[in-house]
Design a binder for this molecule. Structure first.
Ligand code: XMP
Length: 474
């Protein structure tokens, strides 16, 4: 047996070359996520329960990337997370949150808190339709201390509304003229049919690169496993508006993953965009593409919380995995995500230069405000919790939910612990994208396709790696 050499990010550097790109602004980071979806920035937040639920997915889509909602939730809860993304930054919210005028202010407040909205429309049922009778906003509630009062006692009834065909420009003018934040859309008879909010209009203006579906809603992906409920889960996620389904299994080149890919393609036909993974070889890329995948996810064991390589001895150093799959994927014409192991923007740039179409991030985003869970202050320093999905903690919880294993003892293949709190995800994303754009200018590339073409790696020694970091500076 000949043993090949496998390399990863810290083994190499990119060679600079003559460049006519003077500013990072001259570079485009547009990239395909899968056969039918393209992103303005090539970043995907990981389908892990300490990384991506609706908060992170919204933030990623607003910046031009995408988030994949993890699958360690009941079908109902995962669907709810997808809907929360779809509902956000919607030009017209077709199904706004409403309350009945007879419920108490306390009930309305907890409903608003639960749904994360600053106001609700007040409606009465009439002939199976919703007659708009008022609006209750955070401002109305500000100095009211008696939660037992009814909504009807505090709601504003002096309503400014518009018809559903109002243009966005006109809606913005109305919101400005009346200094209001919510514009309900009603029929002539006063039945509620939608809502336009100031927040959504501002968001839209501030985030011109955001990832949007055909209806103008933020894009979101969702992960599914290879279980009995996979078809039902996928069906529910697609109905909720998920733009892409990620088949999430540690060894994507397993017969069950291939069968599941085929089954999803057969069941949902053209109405589904499938990303299959995780893999690390060209053979796996070929098999999953043949089974019907529209995109692939590459990475066996490079992740910050992975112990697969320690526990099983299996894996491929990530740069080699990316380069191997890239050759095959280019032949087939299928995009892929490089998943795991990114420690900084240099690694991100190397992954892209090696042929990845997009990159998935776990660890670097887990410490952000938008990841699930609160931060913890320990002696004045803030942290968040991050865990591998095959860690002891996560596996134990899964057993609690799924009701047991197949009777075979399983060693955890992931670690868990705390990571530094990093503030808003936009800071992390800006840092990664800024580094990538700079790398593109060093290689004289205005587009990512050109970047890959111009890339030439040089292998470095340990001394080279030491030299590459700060040294001699105290
Ligand atoms: P980073 O390095 O960005 O990697 O944190 C995120 C990716 O790590 C993978 N992942 C795991 N791999 N055991 C593993 O071997 C685990 O418990 C585990 N949890 C997550 C996953 O591909 C993720 O996107």
């Amino acid at each position: 047996m000949t043993i090949r050499e496998g390399l990863t990010f810290d083994d190499v550097l990119l060679m600079p070359r003559r460049s006519a790109v003077f500013s990072r602004k001259d570079t485009s980071t547009k990239a395909p996520l899968s056969r039918n979806i393209s992103l303005n920035i090539p970043l995907v937040s990981a389908n892990m329960d300490t990384v991506t639920e609706s908060g992170m997915a919204r933030a990623m889509a607003r910046m031009g990337g995408i988030g994949i909602i993890h699958r360690f939730l009941s079908i109902e809860r995962q669907v709810e997370e997808v809907k929360k993304v779809k509902r956000a930054e919607n030009v017209i919210i077709e199904d706004p949150f409403t309350v009945h005028p007879d419920i108490t202010l306390g009930e309305a407040k907890s409903y608003m808190r639960r749904e994360g909205v600053s106001g609700v429309l007040v409606v009465k049922e009439k002939a199976g339709k919703r007659l708009l009778v008022g609006i209750l906003t955070r401002r109305d509630l500000l100095f009211e201390t008696d939660d037992r009062k009814k909504v009807s006692s505090l709601m504003s009834t002096d309503l400014i509304t518009a018809r559903p065909n109002v243009s966005l420009e006109r809606a913005r003018d109305i919101l400005h003229d009346y200094r209001i934040e919510k514009l309900p859309l009603t029929t002539k008879e006063g039945y509620l049919v939608g809502l336009i909010t100031l927040c959504d209009i501002i968001e839209r203006m501030q985030n011109p690169l955001s990832s949007k579906d055909k209806k103008g809603r933020l894009m979101v992906g969702a992960a599914v496993g290879v279980k009995e409920d996979t078809i039902a889960r996928t069906d529910a996620l697609l109905s909720a508006g998920a733009d892409v389904i990620v088949i999430d299994i540690a060894h994507g080149h397993n017969e069950r993953a291939i069968e599941t890919t085929k089954l999803l393609r057969k069941t949902f036909g053209k109405n589904i965009e499938i990303i299959a993974g995780n893999i690390a070889t060209p053979e796996a890329a070929r098999d999953l593409a043949k089974a019907g995948a529209d995109g692939l996810k590459v990475g066996i064991g490079p992740g910050a919380a992975c112990t697969t390589r320690i526990v099983t001895g299996v894996g491929v150093p990530q740069l080699t995995a990316i380069m191997d799959v890239a050759k095959e994927a280019a032949k087939i014409g299928i995009p892929f995500i490089a998943d795991g192991g990114i420690k900084n923007s240099g690694d991100f740039s190397k992954a892209m230069a090696a042929g990845a179409d997009t990159v998935m991030i776990g660890n670097l985003l887990a410490g952000c405000k938008e990841s699930p869970g609160e931060y913890i202050l320990d002696r004045g320093v803030a942290y968040k919790y991050y865990r591998g999905m095959a860690s002891y903690d996560a596996t134990r919880e899964k057993i609690d939910v799924d009701g047991g294993t197949d009777g075979v003892f399983r060693s955890p293949e992931g670690a868990s612990g705390r990571v530094a709190y990093r503030g808003e995800a936009s800071m992390v994303v800006m840092d990664l994208i800024g580094g990538l754009r700079s790398s593109m200018s060093y290689l004289g590339a205005k587009t990512l396709a050109q970047f890959e073409k111009n890339a030439e790696f040089i292998k470095m020694s340990n001394a080279g790696l030491t030299e590459s970091g700060p040294h001699g500076v105290k």
